[in-house]
Structures are given as structure tokens and as C-alpha cells.
Design a protein around this ligand. Structure first.
Ligand code: NAD
Ligand code: GLY
Length: 365
């Protein structure tokens, strides 16, 4: 039998949906109640498919289940790969009553969600996230999309899932580097809105890296509570939701510079949060001791704390200029007002930003 450890709701009126967190859920937990018609298309990739596809099929008793296996990796989060989903849906004659199921990490989740948002002008989908990062962040909140060579996640849509099923057991097969990448987003919640959670993480980080199931399930639950709360207040990112992007402006620049997939998203966010913390010190809102605390927890999670050695301040400025948060030509950044309180601002002093970039880049030009 499976063990359902926690369940919570993302409250969005008629688009509300549950997040179920447990152990041994894959193959045992019946998701067919979240499927409106008879057809299901599971979308996975060539790493996750061999591990979990057969089990996942078992979540849809009585339904006609097809599947499509995508090539693995961030570098495939593009139009060509997205089209493979549409090819499979059309070849198998899936109608408007189909339900898509994302089985994999954030890459599969974002692409499946975008396919669901646009296939026959929109069909439902379910998230079964299998990486720590996707369990604590990307599977919740309805941001879907693909990358463009000129910018990350630049093409996409908001489309909420019908349900999110999190089986913590899948994390046992995850490479260690991916566990650390997921921890970046977990730490982010502590930094932007929950100092109690940050303190707990400082105690639990070694157990989390060792994949101790109890602390992992707790970290996932507390992260999902934070994310669900923010999404319920600001689904379309008109304000508060942008604080979930702490470290992401610097991080997306690093990911784009390094080439998609060379730096993991969570690794880039880890370094990005350190850079945002440095700028927050320069802006006078957090102390050097706060900064040191932030660097310590990010390093202990096994994440890098400085950008690629060959990246220059000019590279950052060029790549940050295409960030989705920017408005009317102004660079908008998420900074810390204090530990546990983040703000989105276009008021950071250009001199302080330049000083942060120079401090973190080995080459100045
Ligand atoms: P990923 O999807 O590339 O997965 C990481 C790697 O782990 C891949 O090789 C994958 O095949 C493999 N994998 C997945 N589950 C596994 C398992 N259980 N065992 C073994 N291997 C497994 O990366 P990710 O970190 O999950 O997601 C990153 C993506 O998520 C980025 O594209 C990022 O932009 C996106 N993202 C989206 C949101 C959102 O709100 N939509 C939020 C954060 C990140
Ligand atoms: N990961 C940022 C968001 O969902 O808004």
C-alpha cells in the first residue's frame, strides 16, 4: 500500500487542485478521478520512462493510456521536442477530452503543461513530478513553457494542472547533483518568506542531502505550502509571485550563458541567490552576517556560490536585459529586505549592481 503523508490544496476558485505527497504512490494511488474523459497521454523522457512509466500507468485504472517518450534534458526544452507531444496526440487521435500527464522533472512538466495549454486550444493535465525541484516548485502554480535560444522560458502559458501527485520514493534514483539543485528552491522559500523554515533547513540539510525520507517529505510539504499560498494570492504574477524569482534573474543569465543544461537550473539559482544577497547588503537591507549565513546554507546544500569563471559583468547585463520581470526597459530584481522578506524592485542603485557583478566576475570586461 502507499502512505499518503500530506495533502494540501492550491486555492484558485474553480481551478483549485490538490497536491498529494506520499511514499509508494506511483502505481497505487488512483488518479482516474482527476481525468475527465477516457484518454490519457503520459509524457515522460528516456531517463524517467524506463524507471517509472509502467508504475505510472497503474494510476489510471479503466482509462485508455498512451505515452510519448521525449529526449532528456534542458537542451531539448524547445519547439522540436514540444512537437513530439502533438505528433503523438494526433497520431493516437486524442480528442479534446484527453488528459495529459507529466511524468518527470521540471523540463517534462513545463513542456507537457504547455502542450496541454495549447492542444486543441487547451486540455487538462496532471503533474507527477519526479525531481526534488519539480516537487517543490515547478509542478505547482501553472507556469508552463519552453526555452528560446535567446532566453529561458520565453515562450509559454499559464495553465493549472488538475492535480499534483508527489511520490517521495522517486527521489531515491535522482543523481546527487539534482538533489542539491532542488534544495536551492527549497532554501529560496526560507529566504523569501519563512525564517522558521530556514532555521529548520539549517538543522536538516545533511539529512536532506542523504535523502532521509521523513525530512524530505517535510521539506517538500513546507515548500508546497509556501508556493501554494503565493500562487493563490497572485496567480498571474502581478506582484507577490515575482518574489519566487529570488536569484533567478542572475541565475537565468548564468544558465543562458553556460548553454542550457550545462549549469542546472537549481545550481544557477543557488549562485543567483548569493548574488542577490550581496546586492541586498550593498543596498543596506541585510547585514554581512545575514549574507554569510545565506552563503553557508547554499554551500552546505552542495551548490555553487559563484558564476562561471569566464562570465563578465557585460554578459550579465546583456542577458538580464531579456528577463520577463523587466518593465518599460527597467531591470527588476528580487532583493531581500530582511532574511525571510523579499521585494521586487527596479530601484537598486546601478552602482551597487555594477559592484556586485564586478565582485562575482573574475574577468571585468
Ligand atoms: P529536469 O527535468 O531536467 O530533471 C533533471 C534530470 O533528472 C533529468 O535528467 C531527468 O531526466 C532526471 N530525472 C528526473 N526524475 C528522476 C528520477 N526520479 N530519477 C532519476 N533521474 C530523474 O530538471 P528539473 O530540475 O526537475 O527542472 C528544471 C526545469 O524546471 C527548468 O527548465 C526550469 O526552467 C523549470 N522550472 C519551472 C518552474 C515553473 O514554475 N514552471 C519552476 C522552477 C523551474
Ligand atoms: N518558480 C517561479 C514561479 O512559479 O512563479
Amino acid at each position: 500500500m502507499y502512505k499518503l503523508l500530506n495533502e494540501l490544496q492550491v486555492c484558485l476558485g474553480e481551478r483549485s487542485y490538490p497536491i498529494m505527497i506520499g511514499e509508494g504512490m506511483l502505481g497505487k494511488y488512483d488518479l482516474s478521478g482527476h481525468v475527465c474523459g477516457d484518454q490519457v497521454m503520459i509524457v515522460t523522457n528516456d531517463v524517467v520512462g524506463p524507471l517509472y512509466l509502467e508504475l505510472a500507468r497503474g494510476c489510471f485504472p479503466g482509462k485508455s493510456v498512451d505515452f510519448v517518450v521525449l529526449p532528456d534534458g534542458e537542451k531539448h526544452k524547445n519547439w522540436q521536442t514540444l512537437n513530439l507531444i502533438f505528433d503523438a496526440l494526433l497520431e493516437k487521435r486524442h480528442t479534446r477530452k484527453t488528459t495529459l500527464v507529466a511524468l518527470g522533472g521540471g523540463v517534462v512538466g513545463d513542456m507537457t503543461g504547455f502542450a496541454a495549454a495549447s492542444y486543441q486550444r487547451g486540455v487538462p493535465f496532471i503533474q507527477i513530478p519526479t525531481t526534488l525541484l519539480s516537487q517543490v516548485d515547478s509542478s505547482v502554480g501553472g507556469k508552463t513553457g519552453i526555452n528560446h535560444p535567446l532566453g529561458k522560458n520565453m515562450i509559454g502559458a499559464f495553465h493549472q494542472p488538475e492535480a499534483v501527485l508527489i511520490d517521495t520514493g522517486t527521489l531515491q534514483t535522482l543523481p546527487p547533483r539534482e538533489v542539491s539543485a532542488g534544495l536551492a528552491e527549497v532554501i529560496k522559500y526560507g529566504l523569501i518568506r519563512d525564517t522558521g523554515f530556514l532555521g529548520w533547513l539549517e538543522q536538516a540539510v545533511d539529512q536532506l542531502i542523504a535523502r532521509d525520507n521523513g525530512p524530505l517529505a517535510e521539506a517538500i510539504f513546507r515548500s508546497c505550502v509556501c508556493k501554494a499560498d503565493v500562487v493563490a494570492q497572485d496567480e498571474r504574477e502581478s506582484g507577490l509571485r515575482a518574489t519566487l524569482n529570488l536569484g533567478h534573474t542572475f541565475g537565468h543569465a548564468i544558465e543562458t550563458f553556460a548553454g542550457y543544461g550545462n549549469w542546472l537550473h537549481g545550481e544557477a539559482v543557488g549562485t543567483g541567490m548569493v548574488m542577490a544577497a550581496d546586492l541586498s547588503v550593498r543596498e543596506g537591507s541585510i547585514s554581512q552576517a545575514d549574507y554569510d549565513r545565506i552563503v553557508r546554507i547554499i554551500s552546505r546544500a552542495g551548490l555553487p556560490v559563484s558564476p562561471p569563471a569566464n562570465m563578465t559583468p557585460a554578459d550579465f547585463m546583456r542577458l538580464m536585459a531579456v528577463d520577463k520581470k523587466n518593465l518599460d526597459g527597467w531591470l527588476r530584481l528580487v532583493l531581500l529586505r530582511s532574511v525571510g522578506n523579499a521585494v521586487v524592485t527596479s530601484d537598486a542603485s546601478p552602482e551597487n549592481l555594477a559592484a556586485t557583478l564586478v565582485a562575482f566576475c573574475e574577468q571585468e570586461i
